[in-house]
Design a protein around this ligand. Structure first.
Ligand SMILES: NC(=O)c1ccc[n+]([C@@H]2O[C@H](COP(=O)([O-])OP(=O)(O)OC[C@H]3O[C@@H](n4cnc5c(N)ncnc54)[C@H](O)[C@@H]3O)[C@@H](O)[C@H]2O)c1
Length: 249
């Protein structure tokens, strides 16, 4: 599907690799100027170079409120506004609850929840000033079942928080011209998941998915491009599962 995002500016967090990189590439292909924010500064620089002149990289740790604000101010100064914010940066915690220590929990909350809080707090006021903006959050199917069988309790809990934030922010920001939606992929073969995708587990997950494959980064990129475009102008507060039907089972 073609979306025309000519002249728009998108900030995508966690875009040095994986799903975030694919979303940034997809938005750039639709005509967007994309800013790739990532804690991995070198990875983000490499990714921006690969995308081309429409992209630039920013060293940005979403956990660090002051740094996020400084990065956002720099983008606003340089590019005049941010039309699309994709809160993609995230970390995974896997394993039974006894094996998750306090530090792991703090890190999940800091990146998956506080990271979005920091980015929204920094970006949304400028969107409200212009009475237009579009925020897309990366949730997960694990939000729906407290972790379910493919995530785990703590990670799923943070992603359920992302769904709640998406609905609440949609309600608050809609009257001021800003849409807020989320995407819930199932399992995507990225650096995040690859260590767990051993042959047997991959087959077990695939056999539970009605469309019988894992989610591709391009599946997520297409939905992100649609949500970012005017084709979805009356859609807000929604979490769109890109899961081949997994949540129906
Ligand atoms: N891969 C999956 O199966 C899957 C499924 C559902 C949801 N998701 C979600 O999609 C998003 C992207 O996942 P992915 O699979 O591409 O992960 P990934 O680990 O491949 O990439 C994550 C990116 O985020 C960056 N990052 C991590 N901490 C950061 C921080 N503090 N500040 C800025 N950047 C930071 C990393 O450097 C990396 O570039 C995450 O929010 C994840 O929870 C992934």
């Amino acid at each position: 599907m073609q979306q025309d995002l000519q002249g728009r500016v998108a900030l995508v967090t966690g875009a040095a690799r994986g799903i975030g990189l694919h979303i940034a590439e997809r938005l750039a292909r639709a005509g967007c100027q994309v800013v790739l924010g990532d804690i991995d500064a070198q990875g983000a620089a490499r990714a921006a170079e690969a995308i081309g002149p429409a992209a630039r990289a920013l060293a940005m740790d979403v956990r660090d409120r002051a740094q996020v604000r400084a990065c956002v101010d720099a983008v606003l100064d340089a590019q005049g506004g941010i039309d699309i914010l994709v809160n993609n940066a995230g970390v995974l915690g896997q394993g039974p609850f006894e094996q998750t220590d306090g530090a792991a929990w703090d890190e999940l909350v800091a990146v998956n929840l506080t990271g979005i809080f920091n980015c929204v707090q920094a970006v949304a006021p400028s969107m409200i000033d212009r009475a237009r903006g579009n925020i897309i959050n990366l949730a997960s199917v694990s939000a729906a079942r407290g972790g379910g069988s493919v995530g785990n309790t703590w990670y799923g809990t943070t992603k359920a928080g992302v769904v709640a934030m998406t609905q609440g922010l949609a309600r608050e920001l809609g009257p001021r011209g800003v849409r807020v939606n989320a995407i819930s992929p199932a399992v995507v073969d990225t650096d995040m998941m690859r260590p767990y995708l051993t042959g047997a587990l991959r087959d077990a997950i695939t056999s539970r998915i009605p469309l019988r494959r894992l989610t591709l980064r391009s599946d997520v990129g297409e939905v992100a491009a649609w949500l970012a475009s005017d084709a979805s102008e009356f859609v807000t507060g929604q979490t769109i599962a890109v899961d081949g039907g997994l949540l129906c089972t």
